[in-house]
Ligand binder design. Structure first.
Ligand SMILES: Nc1nc(=O)c2c([nH]1)NC[C@@H]1CN(c3ccc(C(=O)N[C@@H](CCC(=O)O)C(=O)O)cc3)C=[N+]21
Length: 337
């Protein structure tokens, strides 16, 4: 049980050279400020693996997760493959339903309803973003998912219970991932100034809610009680710099490379990079497209006290939290039978 390791299931390896400190003397003190997601994800997944075995023994079936993919967005395909690899490694059944980009809205609703009524399915992911012609109906599709199978925590009913109780049934995986990171840092967030860049419905906005909630005990004071500022597309660039520069914690969830520059960060601040996008490695002919975060990592690393890399930061924890949600839903549904 305890020698189980999930290290090999993360496809990427972190090239050490990327993290060699090669700039200034000051930077030498900053070698240990990178907060990697893999060890945190491994801890969560080890627990999930045990829970999955227990579930299997008790109910004689595997928990099952189904992802619906509409259209062939390359990034979405990759994320879903990651989820599948990790879910299956833990012992969860995983299925992907591929729909063509031009699917009629009623057909998508039919698929969701079929999965809602399928007793062997414990969780349903509607992978976002949807193709352009369906984007304005995103909420309608999401709310068609039974809330007791809403593993992403995206449905309106889940969102409402999130606002009403301090311990929500299911936390949106990426929000849960930020929570795990803050727990790892283990310093009270209460009274601190947080800037979130990005106001998306399923990332920036729910993050702001969690972090600004009133604190109830010493654990919740690590992840809530902050003064939160949300910056977004309409924020004047000069003001964005000012807000960030005054923040103790900057969380970026935009999905565009180098939005966060080192001159925007206060010395000793914590920088959490939730963004992910594809960018060219350099301007040579051998340049490749790779995943990058929102933060200008090599520069910001020199001023931040803690910084999360991309890849290898928030992403792997997000997937682990998704798996953890699925087990929670599977158990709840079995108990309610
Ligand atoms: N309904 C829905 N639920 C989601 O949870 C959801 C979604 N839609 N749409 C898109 C975003 C994005 N997302 C990621 C998950 C894992 C990584 C991940 O594993 N990232 C690795 C790198 C990926 C690799 O290179 O293999 C990392 O950052 O280290 C990234 C991004 C989930 N999302």
């Amino acid at each position: 049980m305890f020698h189980f390791s999930i290290k090999h299931i993360f496809k990427f390896t972190l090239t050490p050279s990327r993290f060699l400190v090669k700039h200034s003397v000051r930077a030498v003190h900053k070698q240990n400020n990178i907060l990697y997601g893999k060890p945190i994800a491994e801890r969560i997944l080890n627990r999930c693996k045990n829970e999955c075995e227990q579930f299997n023994e008790q109910y004689h079936r595997r928990p099952k997760l189904v992802a619906i993919l509409v259209g062939g967005n390359e990034s979405s395909k990759l994320y879903v493959r990651n989820k599948q690899r990790i879910a299956e490694h833990v012992g969860i059944g995983f299925q992907t339903i591929n729909h063509l980009m031009h699917i009629a809205p009623s057909n998508l609703i039919d698929t969701i309803n079929r999965l809602n009524n399928d007793d062997t399915v414990d969780g349903i992911i509607l992978q976002l973003p949807l193709p352009l012609h369906l984007v304005d109906k995103t909420e309608k599709f999401i709310d068609a998912i039974r809330s007791d199978k809403d593993v992403d925590g995206h449905t309106t009913s889940n969102y409402n219970s999130y606002r009403q109780t301090s311990i929500p049934p299911i936390t949106i995986p990426v929000v849960a991932a930020v929570r795990e990171i803050l727990l790892e840092i283990n310093e009270p967030l209460q009274g601190k100034d947080v800037v979130i860049i990005g106001r998306s419905k399923y990332v920036g906005t729910p993050l702001a809610l969690m972090l600004s909630q009133s604190t109830t005990d010493s654990k919740s004071s690590l992840i809530s009680g902050a003064t939160v500022t949300i910056c977004h597309r309409d924020t004047h660039l000069n003001n964005l710099t000012w807000y960030c520069k005054n923040a103790d914690i900057v969380i970026s969830a935009v999905g565009r490379a180098k939005v966060v520059q080192h001159r925007m960060i206060k010395e000793g601040a914590v920088v959490i990079d939730v963004g992910i996008s594809k960018s060219w490695t350099d301007k040579t002919v051998t340049s490749k497209k790779v995943f990058v975060g929102d933060v200008d990592f090599d520069e910001v690393k020199r001023v931040a006290r803690w910084i999360t890399p991309v890849p290898g930061g928030v992403g792997p924890i997000t997937v682990a939290c998704l798996v953890s949600n699925l087990l929670e839903l599977a158990r709840q549904r079995q108990k309610n039978k």
